[in-house]
Write a protein that binds this ligand. Structure first.
Ligand code: CP3
Length: 343
C-alpha cells in the first residue's frame, strides 16, 4: 500500500509530494464517458451502482498514477436521503424542484440512517478497498454549501434566497443547518466505518460569505462535524473552502488536519497563514491549458513555494474541467512525482 498521501496529511515526512486532483474521475476522461454511457441511466443511477462507481474511481489511479482515489459519488446524495427530490438536468446541474423555504419544509426533512438509505455508497467503499493500492478518500459537502442548493433549489450566482434566510430568519436557517449537520456527521462516520481512509469536506460556496457571516453561518457546523468525527475515527480530515483566501483565519480553526487552498492565493502565503496544518492545492485548473514547458515550470514553482508547509498534497485549486486534455493531467502528475523526489 502506497501511504505517501496519508503521511502528508498527518504532517509526516514523505519521499515525494503526493498528488490527486479534485473531480479526477469525470467527464474529461473518455473512459468515464464510456462507463457512463454503458448503463444508459442518469448520473444519479451511476452514483447508485457500486460496480460502475468502483470502475470509474479506479480509472484516474490506473491511468495517471494518482496517490489517492476519491470515492465516486456526489455531495448531494445524502440530501436525497433526507427526503428531497433531486434531479440532474443536462447543462444545468443539480435541481431540487421543492426548495426549502419555510419551517414546515425543514420539519419534513429526515435524518437518514446511512446504512439503510445509502448502502450503495458503503458498498462502493468496500469494493474499492479490496482493489486499491492507494488510500481512499470519502467525502461530503459542508453544511453551508449543501444548504445553498436546498434553499436556492439548485446552483446560484447571487445566493439571494440563502442570504435572505440567514439574515431575516436566522432561527429557520439554524434549524435547517442543524439537520444537515447531523445527517452529514452520521454519513461521514459511516464512510469511515466502511473503510474510507481520509475524509474531505467540500465547502464549494464558502467564498461568497463575508468573513463575519462565514464565522457565524458556516464554520460552527463544520466544527461540529469534525469534533464528532474525532470521537469516532482517527482518519485524517481535509477541509476545502473554495475561494477561501479571505477566510483562512477562520477556516484554520475548523479542526481539520489539512486545509485545501484554491488557486487565488499564492500557496506560500497560504502556508504562512494556515498555522500547524498540512495544505492541499492549488494549481489553477485552467493552467492545465498551458504549453507543456510552462505547465511544468508552474508545477515546480508551486512545489518550491509549498516547501515550508507541515505537509503538502499537490492538487488543483478546484475541480478539473471537462474540456481538459487528459495528456495534460499526465504531464502534471509525472512532473510532481519527478521534481518533488529530487528534494
Ligand atoms: O473524482 C471525483 O471527484 C468524482 C466524485 C465527485 C462528483 N461530484 C461527481 C460528479 C465529487 C467529489 C463531487 C463533489 C461535488 N458535487 C461538489 C463539490 C466539489 C466542487 O466541484 O465544488 C459539488 C458542488 C457538487 C454538486 C454537483 N454535482 C454539481 C454542481 C454538478 C453539475 C456541475 C458539474 O460539474 O457537472 C454535479 C454533477 C457531477 N458530479 C458530475 C460528476 C462526474 C457530472 C455528471 C455527469 O457525468 O454528467
Amino acid at each position: 500500500m502506497n501511504d505517501t498521501f496519508l503521511k502528508a496529511c498527518r504532517g509526516e515526512k514523505t519521499d515525494y509530494t503526493p498528488i490527486w486532483i479534485m473531480r479526477q474521475a469525470g467527464r474529461y476522461l473518455p473512459q468515464y464517458l464510456e462507463v457512463r454511457a454503458r448503463g444508459k441511466g442518469t448520473f444519479l443511477d451511476l452514483c447508485k451502482d457500486p460496480a460502475r462507481c468502483t470502475e470509474v474511481t479506479l480509472q484516474p489511479v490506473d491511468i495517471f498514477g494518482m496517490d489517492a482515489a476519491i470515492l465516486f459519488s456526489d455531495i448531494l446524495i445524502p440530501m436525497e436521503a433526507m427526503g428531497l427530490t433531486l434531479e440532474f438536468h443536462e447543462g444545468k446541474g443539480p435541481v431540487f424542484p421543492d426548495p426549502i423555504r419555510e419551517q414546515r419544509d425543514v420539519d419534513g426533512l429526515i435524518i437518514p440512517d446511512p446504512e439503510e438509505t445509502m448502502p450503495f455508497v458503503l458498498a462502493t467503499i468496500k469494493l474499492l478497498r479490496a482493489e486499491l493500492k492507494v488510500p481512499l478518500i470519502g467525502f461530503s459537502g459542508a453544511p453551508f454549501t449543501l444548504a445553498t442548493y436546498l434553499i436556492e433549489g439548485g446552483s446560484s450566482k447571487v445566493f439571494l434566497e440563502t442570504k435572505k434566510m440567514m439574515f431575516r430568519q436566522p432561527q429557520l436557517y439554524h434549524a435547517l443547518l442543524e439537520k444537515i449537520t447531523r445527517c452529514t456527521s452520521l454519513y461521514l462516520q459511516a464512510q469511515a466505518r466502511a473503510g474510507a481512509q481520509t475524509l474531505q469536506i467540500f465547502d464549494s460556496w464558502a467564498g461568497i460569505l463575508a468573513p463575519c457571516d462565514y464565522a457565524r453561518f458556516a464554520l460552527p457546523y463544520v466544527q461540529t462535524i469534525i469534533s464528532d468525527l474525532r470521537r469516532t475515527t482517527d482518519v485524517p480530515i481535509i477541509y476545502f473552502a473554495n475561494n477561501g483566501a479571505t477566510l483562512i483565519e477562520h477556516t484554520s480553526t475548523c479542526g481539520a488536519d489539512v486545509l485545501g487552498l484554491d488557486w487565488r492565493i499564492n500557496i506560500k502565503d497560504g502556508v504562512a497563514r494556515v498555522g500547524d496544518h498540512a495544505v492541499q492545492g492549488n494549481l489553477d485548473p485552467l493552467a492545465l491549458f498551458l504549453p507543456e514547458k510552462e505547465l511544468q515550470n508552474r508545477v515546480r514553482k508551486l512545489i518550491d513555494d509549498a516547501r515550508g508547509a507541515r505537509g503538502h498534497i499537490f492538487n488543483l485549486g478546484h475541480g478539473v474541467v471537462p474540456q481538459t486534455p487528459p495528456e495534460q493531467v499526465k504531464i502534471v502528475v509525472d512532473c510532481v512525482h519527478e521534481y518533488s523526489a529530487r528534494g
